[in-house]
Design a protein around this ligand. Structure first.
Ligand SMILES: [Zn+2]
Length: 536
């Protein structure tokens, strides 16, 4: 008997990964998709071989393995579609009901009884051919999409972008004796006190006073150099404006991939590494600042799936197992964290804990923590109790925030209050445990996004978004090098000049607007964002 050609189980298995990747091309490195693709192929092959053994029937084994793997790889998405379009407010446990209901259906459809009755050899061939063609058509869409993007992106980074940093300055290296440990803590979206007072009715002066009594200088007029996380952090760590990226990728480019290298291989880190420092990264789950090649990479879980994998796994049947009411969730999460509120919260809490632990590490160190708070989602209340927003996990801010302004205000301030307590005690621990007095920088990468909810445009009120918390602990009375409007681009220039015998010029403190999706189309908004606006 001639065997039917069967390729569709493998193509169906690839589709959920390729589909998710093709919808997030500009922020996922192609290499990050390889492992989930391989795992999907491995699982479908294993399922197929086991079923052939058990059933002695290639056609039925192919049918069953294809549909089970396809369904299990996207069942959380199926559940969300049903929940989003048909039955609002459906409980998450419906996902488990779906899994229980659908599996026997596929088993029945693939049973010998059904196939003996309805699938004679002629029909089997037609069905296999048909499924082969459908599966080919399905994966062609994402493949064209991915191929087109990668071809277009190919000439954006003729050489690594970090190679363009410092091109207009004479090279300097760090010197000095008994140089301090450096702690650089980014609190994502943490706004300036006058913004919190004017737009949120929240008085943040007790926290700032707490920092001042511990010896901090607060830059009370500080504004970020960019309004987007990736641009702002990359620029601060590279100690210069990164508007050269517009010449490399084109101002209309959506390709953010070369930024990963520019951020990870940044100038502050390179200079400190050359000077014998260890680079210690406290992982907080932000794809953009997970520099896996750090000398010390601190992460709360036992495994470190990349962010794409964490997103992908959260859309599979695994999503059904990550529910607050299930006792197995924390144990499962430890080995296989998937994107979601529970994982987000563990990352945030653990990063705060780790700040107090890192002073115990030996030798000179540069500790970097990028904590995704008080930025949405709001997963902790002011006392640190867990919160779970009642919409599927997204991290969007401003125009991409999914709930209303009152909820934003409340959630945001709740996280600010909790962070304030934790940061003060982390500072106490760092100061107490450090062998010599350290440098500590606590900074927002941009302000909050309440007003941006009404529209993210250059003519909107951007004062809120640009105005940041920016606090410096510099030992030995070097505070006279600081000034109220110092912006992140000058943070490491100042620190290196003070303690490492360099003579970096300070750059003008400017702010540039660009859209999240078109990051390199920069518009100088420095004058505009100096003026308060947006209060009702
Ligand atoms: Zn941010």
């Amino acid at each position: 008997m001639k065997k039917n050609l069967i390729i569709y189980p493998w193509l169906f298995a690839l589709y959920p990964v390729l589909g998710l990747y093709s919808r997030n091309l500009t922020e996922i490195l192609p290499s990050e998709a390889i492992r989930p693709l391989a795992i999907s192929l491995g699982i479908v092959t294993l399922a197929y071989l086991l079923l052939v053994r058990a059933m002695g029937d290639r056609d039925r084994a192919a049918f069953l393995s294809a549909f089970l793997v396809f369904f299990y790889s996207s069942s959380e998405l199926v559940y969300r579609l049903i929940e989003g379009y048909a039955f609002k407010g459906l409980s998450e446990s419906f996902h488990r009901v779906l899994l229980v209901a659908v599996t026997p259906m596929f088993l029945f459809l693939a049973s010998r009884m059904v196939w003996d009755k309805y699938m004679p050899q002629g029909r089997r061939k037609i069905a296999a051919d048909y499924l082969n063609i459908v599966s080919i058509a399905m994966i062609l869409f994402p493949i064209f999409n991915i191929g087109g993007f990668l071809v277009e992106a190919a000439d954006d980074a003729p050489r690594p972008w970090s190679g363009y940093v410092g091109a207009n300055e004479s090279p300097q290296s760090l010197g000095g004796e008994d140089t301090p440990d450096i702690y650089y803590v980014i609190l994502d979206g943490y706004g300036r006190a006058d913004v919190l007072s004017s737009l949120y009715g929240f008085d943040n002066s007790p926290f700032l006073e707490g920092l001042k009594t511990r010896g901090f200088f607060i830059a009370e007029q500080s504004q970020s150099n960019y309004l987007r996380t990736s641009l702002s952090i990359t620029s601060a760590l590279n100690m210069e404006y990164i508007n050269f990226t517009a010449d490399l990728a084109g101002a209309e480019s959506t390709n953010r991939l070369p930024m990963f290298e520019l951020a990870s291989n940044n100038r502050a880190r390179r200079l400190l590494t050359e000077a014998g420092y260890r680079f210690v990264l406290i992982d907080s789950g932000s794809a953009f600042t997970r520099f896996y090649d750090a000398d010390v990479f601190i992460t709360p879980f036992r495994t470190t799936p990349n962010l794409f994998e964490m997103w992908f796994y959260s859309t599979t049947a695994l999503g059904a197992l990550y529910q607050p009411e299930l006792s197995m969730t924390p144990a499962l999460q430890e080995y296989l964290p998937v994107a979601g509120y529970a994982t987000h919260r563990v990352f945030t809490l653990d990063a705060l804990d780790q700040l107090s632990q890192t002073p115990d590490l030996d030798g000179p160190k540069f500790v970097f923590a990028h904590i995704i708070a008080p930025h949405p989602p709001f997963v902790l209340d002011s006392q640190g109790n867990p919160l779970s927003p009642d919409y599927p996990y997204v991290t969007g801010d401003g125009a991409s925030f999914v709930s209303d302004k009152e909820y934003y205000k409340q959630g945001y301030i709740g996280q600010v209050e909790y962070l304030n307590k934790r940061i003060l005690s982390a500072v106490d621990d760092i100061l107490r445990k450090s062998k010599g007095p350290p440098v500590i920088i606590i900074q927002g990468d941009h302000g909050p996004g309440l007003l941006l909810m009404s529209g993210d445009r250059p003519d909107a009120c951007l004062w809120e978004r640009a105005s940041i918390l920016n606090a410096y602990y510099l030992p030995d009375g070097y505070d006279d090098l600081l000034y109220p409007a110092i912006s992140p681009v000058n943070s490491f220039r100042t620190v290196f000049n003070a303690f490492f015998e360099t003579s970096f010029d300070l750059l003008p403190d400017k702010t540039y607007y660009s859209l999240f999706d078109v990051p390199y189309n920069f518009l100088d908004i420095t004058d505009k964002v100096r003026n308060p606006c947006g209060a009702e």
